[in-house]
Every structure is written in C-alpha cells, then in structure tokens.
Design a protein around this ligand. Structure first.
Ligand SMILES: [Zn+2]
Length: 437
C-alpha cells in the first residue's frame, strides 16, 4: 500500500500473483502485469430492448463487475433504464447511474465511463441483439436463457434477452469475462517474448455455450429453506450474488465467516466495495436480505470443531466456499441433506455436491493440503465456482437435481469452446472414507 492511498496494485495483488504463476514471472514484473490489465479497454454495449428484462440487466451488471475487478478500463454505451429488481451490490433505481457509482466504489484508481460509441482499440461486448454502430473484429455478443449462457462472434446472430432467471445471465457474463484477461496475457506474452505451454488456452474464444440444466423448467417459487453458507469469501459471495437475483426465492441463510473485507478482496469478491473495507464480510452479504422471503443472518465466527456445537445442527443444505479442507470435512460429518462445495486453484474450478448414498465430500477431498499461503485468484474463476454451486442448489430446489454423472465438475474457463474445458463425472467412493466408508 502506498501511504494511506489505496492503489489498483493493492487491489489486484492476488490477480498479479496468479498471472505471475501462470507465466512464471517474478515479483519484478508486478507493475507490468497491472499495466497490461489496465491497458485493456472494454466497451460494453446494450440497448433498451435487451435491458428491459431483468435477466438482461443481470448479465450486463455481472459482466461489468467481473471486468472491473480485473482492473481493465470499462466503458458503457447504454441508455438509462430503471432497475427492474435487486442487483447487489448496485444501489439506486437507475441502472446506468448505479453502474457509474459502482465504478467509484469498486476498483481503486478506476472508473466506469459512459461513451457514445466504440473505439478502435476496444474489446467490444454486446448484450443480446443490441444494435452495434461501428465495426470491430474484437467483439462478442452475450446471450442466454434460463440455465444457459453463450458468447458468439459480434457478427453472428444472438437472441434478445428475455425473462428473469439469473443463472443463464451469469453464465454468459462469466464465459465472456475471460476475454479481457486473455488479451492482457497475450500482451505480456508478446512484450516479454514468452514461450507458453498450451498457449492456445489464451487465444480468443470465438463462441462458446454452457448449459447447466438442459430442459429444466424453473417453478414459480424456489423454496431453498434453511441454507448454511460456510465462508463469506469470493466463492460464497459469487454464489449469493447469483442466488439473490432469483426473483421468487424463499430462503433462510446463515453465513459464517470471521473476516473483514480487505482491499485484496476487490479483485474477486462481487459483493465487496471500497466503502465496505473493514466491515465484516458476512455483513457485505447479509445487508442484501429481503424480508420476509429471504433472510440472511451473518455470524462473524469461524465454523470449526470448537465452535460448531454453539451453532446447533447444520442446515439441511450447506454451501461451502472456503479453502480450508478440514472445514469441508466438518460440514460433511454433520450429514446435512445436501452439501455443495466450490473450490478453485489458479485457473481451475472444482465444484461438487454430496447427498446420502453417494460419495461424500471427504471421498473427493481426501487429504488436507495444508495450503495456507496467499491464494492466487482472478474474478472469473471465483465467480464460476460460486455460480456452479448456486446452480446446483437451485436445480435441487426446482426438483431436478443434477444426475450422479454430474456429481463433480472440473472446469477451466479459458477456452470453453475446446473439448475437456468442462469435465463432469461421478466422485469415486473411497473405501477407507472416515465419513461414509
Ligand atoms: Zn466419503
């Protein structure tokens, strides 16, 4: 930190670390990495027709947030429209004004700027079938439905956004948000003359689609009941960011986390703001409760073997977003009806769910990796992990849980158009499992 002034470098500390790890660079390249991210100009364009539905607004907001959290320049070409529902952490009644205000309260030394047209060097992202004035070769359209999201080339067709459900909107935003990151990697690769293994992973993705629940219809009300959320870190915040956008949700959440919002969370925690620095992380989530349908109790405590008895039984559904592996075991030992776990490592996400009679969380996470170092992170990886767990929880509530063949998903979100970017599978039962063996 430079004096008392917060810098973009402080906020991007964990993303710098991740890029250093991926490119095998030492600390001396940190400023150059921040510069590369800052040099990426992202212009996001939407018209009234695509912004007049809640799902379109959710996609737009989520994408803006994921890009802003990487320290890129964010420019918007959009009309002012009323907010059609809650878009945490945006405040206000009008979408454009709320996004500009968010720009002042998210990444230090950054803003979100309104412009009236795209520029030559922009990466351009267009919401649905919004009309694009001007031409670009570096552009994508974002589209989606209930559970699916997609990117297509800027000149390809994309449907207009309709509907309210937030999962497909978040999927489209998450797919697209990797492009500015890869553009920064390509700049570093060229400037530093790096030879990367599997460098195609950092090439642009022309088009990609992910469907998290093909054919599943969402019932009017989604009754989640009691849900314990273990950790209020980036993965849990991402899950809540999605869940809190479900219009007809009925849920009682308890969120456990002893920590406070810090500047190094701003690169990935989608409900963290500059104005919340120093506030308990659980409060950053709990402030978005909507009485009486959605209540959120923030418990500023670590859930561990010593503290667990004071909180009584685990809720029937437990959403676990913490890095600490013994905490995952502890939750599973208490045999909630449903356990969903989201984890990340560099550019990988591993998400899974566990119910009775199939392999438990301990079968999947057998050893404590005892990893206590600073974790390297970037916005879209953490967001995918949270979103994928949220989608599993919502599928359960809709009465269409994921199949056993989809119990776990290993997803690397760089090139979702390539085979093996998403690998679904069963978790193998561990014969010696201390919990379910
Ligand atoms: Zn087990």
């Amino acid at each position: 930190m430079s004096g008392n002034r917060l810098t973009k470098r402080d906020a991007l500390d964990r993303t710098v670390l991740l890029i250093r790890r991926v490119l095998h660079l030492d600390e001396s390249h940190a400023d150059q990495i921040v510069q590369a991210l800052s040099s990426i100009s992202v212009c996001i364009l939407a018209d009234c027709k695509n912004l007049k539905c809640f799902a379109g607004q959710s996609c737009f907001v989520t994408f803006v947030q994921l890009v802003q959290a990487m320290g890129c320049q964010v420019k918007l070409v959009m009309p002012e429209v009323p907010l059609m529902g809650p878009q945490p952490p945006l405040i206000g009644d009008e979408l454009r004004a709320a996004l500009v205000a968010y720009g002042e309260d998210s990444m230090p030394e950054s803003s979100i700027d309104l412009v009236d047209r795209i520029s030559a060097n922009d990466l351009v992202f267009v919401l649905g079938d919004s009309r694009l004035d001007g031409t670009t070769n570096a552009g994508w359209r974002l589209s989606g439905g209930t559970w699916w999201g997609a990117t297509t080339t800027i000149h390809g067709g994309a449907p207009r956004w309709v509907g309210e459900f937030p999962v497909g909107a978040a999927v489209a935003a998450a797919i697209a948000s990797v492009e500015p990151f890869k553009a920064a990697i390509r700049i570093l690769k060229a400037d530093l003359r790096l030879n990367l293994v599997a460098s195609e992973q950092f090439d642009p993705t022309p088009a990609a689609q992910v469907d998290l629940a093909p054919g599943v219809v969402v019932p009017g009300h989604l009754l989640l009941g009691d849900v314990d959320v273990i950790s209020a870190g980036a993965v849990s915040m991402a899950a809540m960011h999605c869940l809190l956008r479900c219009p007809d949700l009925v849920a009682r959440f308890r969120v456990f986390d002893p920590d406070f919002v810090g500047v190094s969370n701003l690169n990935r925690a989608p409900l963290a703001l500059l104005s919340l620095l120093g506030a308990p992380k659980v409060e950053a989530i709990a402030q978005w409760q909507r009485h009486p349908a959605v209540t959120i109790v923030g418990l500023q405590k670590r859930l561990d073997r010593t503290s667990a008895p004071q909180f009584g039984a685990r809720a029937p559904s437990c959403l676990v977003g913490c890095d600490d592996i013994p905490t995952r075991w502890l939750v599973q030992e208490q045999m909630p009806r449903w356990v969903g776990i989201g984890s990340t490592a560099d550019l990988f996400t591993l998400t899974s769910e566990h119910v009775s009679n199939i392999a438990c969380a301990r079968c999947l996470h057998r050893e404590d990796d005892a990893f206590r170092d600073t974790v390297a992170t970037v916005s879209f990886v953490s967001y995918w992990a949270g979103l994928l767990i949220a989608a599993r929880l919502l599928r359960n509530a809709a009465g269409h849980p994921s199949s056993a063949d989809q119990q776990a998903l290993n997803l690397v979100p760089l090139r979702l158009d390539l085979p093996n970017a998403a690998r679904w599978g069963r978790v193998a039962r561990w014969n010696c499992c201390p919990i379910c063996g």
